[in-house]
Design a protein around this ligand. Sequence first.
Ligand SMILES: [Zn+2]
Length: 302
Amino acid sequence: MQSPMILPHTYLTSDFSAPGDARGIPAPSEAKIERRAIVVKGDEVAVHESANGGWKLRTLECTGTVFLGPWKGCEVWALDAESFTGVTGGARVELHNDIRMRSLREIAPALTKRERSLALSAVGMLTWHRDARACARCGSSVKATRHGWSLTCESGHENFPRTDPAVITLVRDTRDRVLLAKNHRFTGGMVSALAGFVEPGEDLEDALKREVHEETGLVVSDLEYFGSQPWPFPRSIMIAFTSRLAEDADTDITLQREELASARWFTREELAKALEKGELRLPPPTSIARSMIEAWRKGRLL
Ligand SMILES: [Zn+2]
């Protein structure tokens, strides 16, 4: 199904094209090609300001821990600034010529699609390298194999990167109002669609219905796939659905107070007024939650 998105999903990038090994895992070529590295520190990447005031990835002439693929005639790697003591080392990256370290969440919209794809892989893979220091099967130490795409222990157990699926839904009632909630973690009056992680044994639809019911007591149905968004902070993919309050179901909300500070139904006019007054704000334009909300505001949801 063609999703009715009206904002670009900044993190939705799928043009990854690297030479691969027999399992399709990216591998550098044998040719003498210049090797450059994207420098990563937590969720920050090294960038420089472009002529038009935007941001461009600022790579260094070296290899890194994880091979990412070809870009601009080079082979590009991901390099963890914390483990790199050569030219720029940790915090000193900030001081090196024109390099700035900026949060990928903040600068992603300014990057090209290919830059975003590389930067997302770099942040996601290096986060995994930092967090997965022991073999998941036997607990012994691991070292990078397959050019960083696996971590292998002394017993030969090969560990691969994991992605945690999370679901998010914009629920509508029969009056075409939407349910927006304020999570305790949100700041500055932000409200968003309901979301949660998928548990073992659940399909996406079950996970979504469970999350909505746990957090609000509401029963939803008519799930329609909207789109997905990789979110390597630290290792999720957000899978978005629109949904409807189940037929004859109560619109009364029973708030799960440990998770949510508030949740309520909004008409388009009520939301517009609250945003105008500055009482509420929506998630960033780069998020799939915002894409769904904007599609609803423009009457573009099915
Ligand atoms: Zn092991």
